[in-house]
Design a binder for this molecule. Structure first.
Ligand code: SF4
Length: 282
């Protein structure tokens, strides 16, 4: 039986993008190809907030005890090797059983599954079919992969996802692609991969969710959208404010909504911040 290294598994409402407000199971896998240490920092500078937390990592036995950060990646413990002991390697059987335990009716109703990270389309593509074919997953109808849009689908997984949707007319796959702009601290060449994201559109619905704070970020978003459209990308564009903590998010949200409206793009909130203070497990 396959195993997946899981950072978090919880039930909440989706706070971002197309399924905002939908009751959702979040499966957060471990591992990412980026660090995104630039978020919330002056341009060109990188956050070292997680270094301070990592120095006293032995104090923490559970995800929920970890401090939230206001700069860098707010999911740092889902990829930083210094926190990997907090993410167990679980069998797909045990994951499916845990999902049943946290669903309100102990079976799938209208809930949607969010496979997030980290970057969930790294090596775990090989293990997902085993999980999705588990008898307890048969009532699931909608899946979103929250990805940074840099990982190609393997031919085997692409084929599997095609079959998964064909097997039932009301099944749907979504790729919520948070392509990383320069404000993340990642390089344009590594982060903006239109040809990869266009391939996602062959097996499901894909949209871009671009995280911005400043006028420069919005100009970068326009450039990125131009590159994606030139490659044939057809999906919706969402702008989402920077801000894993409420003080930063509140500063940004209205301006970002106005910037999205001006361009005919969609606005994505981060409902988990005003509703739940972005605590782990929300
Ligand atoms: S791609 Fe996402 S999970 Fe990975 S470092 Fe960046 S913000 Fe964090």
């Amino acid at each position: 039986m396959s195993k997946i290294k899981i950072s978090e598994l919880f039930y909440s409402v989706q706070g971002e993008g197309r399924y905002m407000g939908v009751p959702s199971i979040f499966l957060r896998t471990f591992g990412c190809n980026f660090r995104c240490a630039g978020f919330g920092m002056p341009r060109g500078e990188l956050s070292n907030e997680t270094d301070d937390i990592a120095r006293v990592v032995q104090m923490y036995n559970d995800y929920k005890e970890l401090p939230l950060v206001s700069t860098g990646c707010d999911s740092y413990a889902s990829w930083d090797p210094r926190f990997k002991h907090l993410s167990p390697l679980l069998s797909t059987d045990s994951i499916a059983n845990s999902i049943m335990d946290i669903l309100p009716y102990k079976e799938w109703q209208d809930e949607h599954l969010v496979i997030t990270g980290g970057e969930p389309l790294l090596g775990w593509q090989r293990q997902y079919p085993d999980l999705l074919d588990h008898p307890k997953m048969h009532g699931l109808k909608e899946i979103t992969f929250e990805t940074n849009g840099t990982q190609k689908l393997t031919p085997e997984f692409k084929h599997y996802l095609d079959d998964w949707t064909i097997a039932n007319w009301d099944r749907e796959i979504t790729f919520s692609v948070s392509a990383k702009l320069p404000a993340s601290g990642e390089s344009w060449e590594d982060a903006i991969k239109p040809e990869v994201v266009c391939e996602y559109e062959q097996v499901g619905t894909a949209y871009l969710k671009l995280v911005v704070a400043t006028e420069q970020d919005i100009a970068d978003a326009e450039c990125a959208v131009g590159a994606f459209r030139s490659a044939g990308f057809k999906g919706h564009i969402y702008l989402m404010p920077v801000g894993g903590v409420e003080s930063v998010y509140t500063l940004n949200a209205k301006n970002v909504a106005l910037a999205a409206m001006k361009r005919g793009w969609r606005y994505s909130d981060r409902l988990q911040v005003p509703l739940f203070k972005n605590e782990w497990g929300t």
